[in-house]
Write a protein that binds this ligand. Structure first.
Ligand code: ZN
Length: 289
């Protein structure tokens, strides 16, 4: 009886470990780059394959994008979009009720403002990402520019990812917000959750912000990555292979950044993590994305 139970336990253990991916990869996007110079620059100097998403027409957006590119980071446009709480979007906002001409004009100015971008994700957008028509205009423009899209998923009712996929825009969706609670222990817990999801599904996408607390945690990430055997990669490296966009040119200015080979791309990404989103959605509602 005892032997039977032991065998069953060992089988369960083997089965569960076989469900974990040995080549797990995690992309971490740092949003809201551009307003605070020291925090934006600190994010640009993080060691490793981080992706920075820059708000258009911000005081330090362009200079930080240039620094981040020199440091071997991948760049995205963090496109401001209407939210359900009518919180201010800053310059370059894509707003509910814009006609197509106004929407496209604003979007093009935003895209042209930030150098080196490979993709776009939404800043706030809990309202606009639920609206199919402007999301389609967005995806058509991204398609024509060969840019990818990451749905930040600031609303459980977002349509953005589905419309991106239907429009053949290379796309991902956010699995974990790292710093809704801006405390070291909470951020570490969210980071561990992101690593666990990466191990379970092969890959995961986390989004954080350039808060001092978040940056302190991310500056110490390498031992955790080693321990969990998860590789930090650019967002573009998690795109479906057939649609993947090339990684940024590595810098040759002597930084310690070590690029990942371009050929190291994942097959079609199949994440199924919506169950894990419930807490994030509640927090997102609370924090007013
Ligand atoms: Zn944002």
């Amino acid at each position: 009886m005892r032997i039977g139970r032991t065998v069953a336990f060992l089988c369960a253990l083997l089965w569960s470990s076989s469900q974990l991916h040995a080549d797990a990869r995690l992309a971490i996007i740092i949003d809201d780059i551009g307003y605070n110079q020291s925090q934006s620059e600190r994010a640009a100097r993080l060691n490793g394959a981080f992706t920075l998403s820059v708000l258009p027409f911000t005081p330090h957006g362009i200079s930080t994008a240039q620094l981040a590119h020199q440091q071997g980071k991948e760049l995205m446009l963090h496109a401001p979009m209407s939210n359900l709480k009518n919180m201010p979007l800053g310059l370059g906002g894509l707003v509910t009720g814009m006609d197509k001409t106004a929407f496209i004009t604003t979007l093009r100015k935003d895209l042209d403002n930030i150098p080196y971008i490979k993709g776009v994700n939404n800043h706030m957008g809990s309202r606009l990402t639920q609206e199919p028509e402007p999301m389609q205009w967005l995806m058509d423009e991204l398609n024509s520019r060969k840019l990818y899209f990451v749905d930040s998923r600031t609303s459980a009712q977002t349509r953005a990812f589905d419309i991106a996929r239907a429009s053949k825009v290379p796309s991902l969706k956010r699995d974990v917000f790292l710093d809704d609670v801006e405390e070291t222990s909470a951020i570490e817990q969210q980071l561990k959750r992101a690593l666990q999801l990466a191990r379970q599904h092969g890959s995961a996408v986390a989004i954080g912000h350039p808060y001092p607390t978040t940056l302190s945690v991310l500056e110490q990430i390498q031992p955790l990555l080693d321990q969990e055997q998860v590789q930090l990669v650019y967002a573009s490296q998690l795109l479906p292979k057939s649609l993947a966009i090339s990684a940024p040119e590595p810098s040759t200015n002597g930084s310690s950044y070590c690029p990942v080979p371009r050929t190291f791309l994942l097959d079609d990404l199949q994440t199924n993590v919506d169950l894990y989103d419930i807490t994030d959605m509640m927090l997102s509602g609370f924090f007013g994305y």
